[in-house]
Write a new protein. Structure first.
Length: 257
């Protein structure tokens, strides 16, 4: 079964990032998805594994960060960066489907997580989301380990933004985006919300810095109805103090160019 996940407005030159529940992400130019009429099947944005599905889409901003959150309360922020172009053949064919071999995934190991007071790892080109052609399997964004669970959603944030998170049992918590360390992709991230054992994170909302408190955009998987939100938020962990794991090399996900 297929369903609509998200819709965004783009301008010429924009790039979009698609994210999956198993922690993969792909960044490509919006012009790769050619204009077409309504009531069409469209073209493939990312080549999904059998057990994977799309959970979110955002327009990339080289000066902002991508927040990725997982169901067990862990997540991370990673700079979009300028989107260095990956080489590869176009992933289009006459049927509008993408060739599955053009993933353009690097075999170079990802850099280590940056420390709490900053570092070069999160700003190096290998730690960001370089531009690929649509239809590939993408790059490893976050590790969906037993600790993290699957990806719930992604949000584009600036340091001055705030985040409003909600759990399946109705707890909400609001934190500053700047409290979450900026680290590279292909990592586990840090705890951003402490959850009860029987609870999961189901939604995250960006609250812009110039907003009075009303959320602007929700980017997360659709959730089942939940009880009325409990005004008591979960006890937040020390985001900056969590230990970082050492990242692994990007997983081979297709024929390299």
């Amino acid at each position: 079964d297929d369903e609509l996940v998200d819709v965004v407005v783009t301008a010429p030159g924009d790039e979009v990032v698609l994210s999956t529940k198993r922690g993969m992400a792909i960044r490509f130019n919006e012009s790769d998805a050619r204009p077409m009429g309504r009531n069409t099947s469209g073209v493939k944005g990312i080549n999904l594994a059998d057990d994977d599905e799309l959970v979110g889409m955002v327009v990339a901003d080289p000066n902002a960060t991508l927040l990725t959150v997982c169901e067990f309360g862990y997540g991370k922020r990673t700079p979009f960066g300028p989107g260095e172009q990956a080489t590869g053949e176009p992933a289009d064919d006459e049927a509008g489907e993408a060739a599955t071999g053009d993933s353009a995934v690097s075999s170079e190991p990802a850099e280590a997580d940056e420390s709490a007071d900053g570092g070069d790892a999160a700003t190096s080109s290998g730690a960001r989301y370089r531009t690929q052609r649509r239809g590939g399997k993408g790059l490893r964004d976050i590790k969906t380990t037993e600790r993290n669970g699957n990806v719930t959603g992604i949000v584009r944030v600036d340091d001055d933004d705030e985040l409003l998170m909600m759990t399946a049992r109705g707890k909400i918590q609001r934190i500053a985006a700047g409290e979450i360390n900026v680290i590279g992709r292909n990592t586990q991230g840090v705890r951003i919300m402490r959850l009860d054992d029987d609870d999961t994170l189901i939604a995250v909302v960006r609250v812009p810095k110039d907003d009075n408190g009303d959320a602007e955009t929700v980017v997360a998987t659709p959730a089942a109805p939940v009880a009325a939100a409990n005004s008591e938020s979960g006890a937040g962990g020390n985001v900056a103090g969590d230990d970082f794991d050492q990242p692994e090399a990007d997983e081979p996900t297709g024929d390299e160019s």
